[in-house]
Write a protein that binds this ligand. Structure first.
Ligand SMILES: C[S@@+](CC[C@H](N)C(=O)[O-])C[C@H]1O[C@@H](n2cnc3c(N)ncnc32)[C@H](O)[C@@H]1O
Length: 317
């Protein structure tokens, strides 16, 4: 079972109207999408997911609510191409990043260090690169960099060294095998601070699915796909994604630094977006769903009357 994170908050901040056009970039098990669909009886929902298993499950849920939706089985990096093809601009776009609980719990998918499985970690099983390729073929430097950059793992070099050493005699086949290698390559005291393989598994998953680059492209495209007054809600689960989101939101909602001292900022440099919220789950939510502990939601809005106010100011001067 997947418990949707920041569900009420996402619905509230998406500002749903009966006829809203909404894009759920990460359908997953349909938790957010089901709520969205209930609230837009005359609108339309476009829902993306690259995982066909998640789609099959979510479809069952959505079809009980209405027919005004389309599920698009592709990576959300194609959001621009897919919406342009349909000539659509959105009133709201939701990203609820990462993997869902059923993906983690299905041992076969090879995402989790709790279940023994073949190393896989692909969200889209049609893609070629798997965790097996990463740990068995990447160089020491590449492994170390990935663990450091995507896992913020301070023992990146000892873990990378241990992986290289182990695989010189035998390929690393399974999640538990990898988890043991990691556990044995970090100091005893580190093993007591949560699972020692958690950060490395996150890092390898990000590499396998190219998560940060894909998110960056999709978020920048999503900003351009909003109607005036439309909003984007982004729910992230680790600091790398959150930082990237914050940086992109800051870039588009602020006047460029070098122009801030000008007495009049040219209208084309005035921000077209405003940041609306940056929130964390409540204590009650964290208690009910510990997975939500690391979640954060950032919200941005495309300024509705962009240009009007600035033109008035110029006329009045
Ligand atoms: C956290 S779950 C979403 C859960 C959903 N909001 C719910 O309440 O049931 C994230 C989902 O996004 C999908 N996903 C992650 N990255 C994606 C991408 N780049 N393109 C398409 N789907 C992606 C995953 O397959 C997963 O099903």
């Amino acid at each position: 079972m997947h418990i949707s994170v920041l569900l009420e908050e996402a619905i509230r901040y998406l500002n749903l109207k009966k006829n809203s056009i909404i894009v759920d970039a990460t359908l997953g098990y349909g938790g957010h999408s089901a709520y969205i669909l209930k609230n837009i009886p005359q609108g339309y929902l476009y829902a993306f997911d690259q995982d066909i298993e998640a789609i099959k499950y979510a479809e069952e849920k959505l079809k009980m609510i209405g027919q005004n939706y389309e599920i698009i089985n592709t990576n959300f990096e194609n959001i621009k191409k897919e919406l342009n093809k349909r000539e659509i601009k959105a009133d709201g776009i939701l990203f609820d990043l990462g993997v869902s609980s059923p993906q983690l719990d299905n041992a076969e998918r090879g995402f989790s260090f709790h279940h023994d499985a073949k190393l896989d970690m692909r969200m889209d099983r049609n893609k070629k690169l798997t965790a097996y390729e990463v740990v068995n073929t990447y160089s020491y430097d590449d492994l170390k960099n990935i663990l450091y950059k995507y896992g913020e793992e301070k023992y990146a070099s000892s873990i990378a060294k241990a992986i290289i050493q182990y695989r010189s005699t035998k390929k690393i086949d399974s999640t538990l095998e990898l988890s043991e290698i990691i556990k044995n390559s970090v100091p005893e005291k580190y093993r007591k601070k949560g699972h020692p393989a958690r950060k490395s598994f996150q890092a390898i998953r990000i590499e396998v699915n190219n998560e940060l680059a894909v998110f960056e492209t999709a978020l920048k495209d999503a900003l351009e796909l909003l109607k005036p007054g439309g909003r984007i809600c982004v729910i992230t689960f680790h600091s790398l994604e959150d930082r990237l989101c914050k940086q992109i939101f800051n870039e588009v909602s602020n006047i460029p630094k070098e122009l801030r001292k000008l007495p009049v900022v040219p209208i084309e440099y005035m921000p077209k977006f405003q940041v609306i919220a940056n929130i964390k789950p409540s204590e009650a939510e964290i208690k009910n769903n510990p997975r939500s502990r690391s979640a954060r939601m950032r919200v941005i809005e495309r300024i509705d009357d962009y240009g009007k106010k600035e033109n008035e100011k110029i006329k009045n001067n």
